[in-house]
Design a protein around this ligand. Structure first.
Ligand code: ADP
Ligand code: MG
Length: 324
């Protein structure tokens, strides 16, 4: 295992910065939090064959392993600052590591997060990141703040990653190559290179009452907000943002992806209806589209209503393993 080559390679590509007095290379890193701010800390692991197709290209994996963690910081409204990276690798492969670092560092640089340490071991392919952000006290977007009467919003087009996964499962999408069909290529990018909504999360501070990122599916993740806030929700099926999908996809399948598909890393948040315009403007300035899709109501659980106002029963809910 060229562990020290890897560490040197990573270190040589990382810029010095004032909030990292001591980075990679010692027994622990030293970081300097902004005075008075709270730290937001999150960890996510990706296992080969469970969280990503085994043939996923290393650059895409490097991107995604950081993206899923940045998405958690985004959902808290935290400013990303530092991260660590733990790698379990089955074999020595300098080219693989270099490509992995390309994807990882591209996203890290885009969001100004510093890699300050990690661990490298031999074992089944698995990547784990711990990401640390900062937020002023009282400024974090939590799951427990939703209020009856709030509008419920989502960013982007939840469901597209699930559509990509379904194509891959059906043997119709090669995740290692640019797809010939533009729709397939868009879906491939949504699955492999999710855009964590960091700027959107920062701009929602002071506007949103509650926020979560969509990793397990809209219904499942909004369900966490409702449970933590002690409220229920009503969603409007026709209000859901339309998704790109392969031709001839049945509407019921589309809705199942929109409501139950995981891996999109969009934000779902609630806010007072009076903040509607402010939200459109704030997110617009971050280049992120957001759509109101329902209301927070008293009680518990989520009701989805179709065009006619009838409750709609989703065929599936939440996270689906794609293997096994
Ligand atoms: P120790 O044995 O004290 O835990 P290591 O030999 O594991 O130290 O790591 C040496 C240095 O390299 C440490 O600063 C560690 O944080 C860093 N490091 C190891 N693996 C990685 C990695 N995958 N990404 C970033 N830094 C790493
Ligand atoms: Mg170690």
């Amino acid at each position: 295992m060229p562990e020290f080559d890897l560490i040197e390679r990573l270190r040589s590509r990382i810029r010095e910065r004032g909030d990292v007095p001591l980075g990679i290379g010692d027994d622990a890193a030293l970081v300097q939090p902004p005075p008075g701010e709270q730290l937001a800390i999150t960890t996510d692991t990706l296992n080969s064959g469970v969280h990503f197709p085994p043939e996923t290209l290393p650059a895409d994996l490097g991107w995604k392993t950081l993206a899923v963690n940045l998405s958690d910081l985004a959902a808290m409204g935290a400013q990303p600052r530092w991260c660590t990276l733990s790698l379990s690798l089955p074999r020595e492969d300098a080219a693989w590591l270099s490509a992995f670092a390309d994807g990882f560092i591209a996203l890290a640089d885009a969001h100004g997060i510093a890699l300050v340490g990690g661990d490298t071991t031999r074992g089944p392919l698995s990547t784990s990141v711990t990401a640390i952000g900062s937020v002023v006290p009282g400024g974090a977007l939590r799951r427990d703040g939703a209020q009856v009467g709030d509008q419920i919003w989502v960013t982007g087009q939840p469901g597209e990653a699930a559509a990509a996964l379904a194509l891959w499962q059906a043997g119709r999408l090669d995740v290692t190559q640019v797809a010939g069909e533009p729709v397939h290529e868009r879906l491939r990018q949504r699955l492999l290179r999710p855009s964590p909504r960091v700027q959107a999360g920062l701009r929602l501070r002071g506007l949103a009452h509650a926020c979560v990122d969509i990793s397990d599916g809209l219904l499942a993740d909004l369900g966490h907000v409702c449970a933590r806030s002690g409220v229920g929700a009503e969603l409007s099926l026709p209000a859901l943002p339309p998704i790109s999908a392969p031709l001839a996809t049945a509407p019921a399948q589309l809705h199942a992806w929109q409501l139950g598909g995981g891996d999109d890393y969009e934000l779902c948040f609630t806010a007072a209806p009076t903040r509607h315009e402010a939200i459109v403007q704030a997110l617009g300035s971050a280049g992120v589209a957001a759509t109101p899709i329902g209301r927070i109501v008293s009680g518990h659980g989520i009701v989805v209503r179709d065009q006619a106002g009838h409750p709609w029963q989703p065929p599936r809910q939440g996270y689906q393993h794609f293997v096994g």
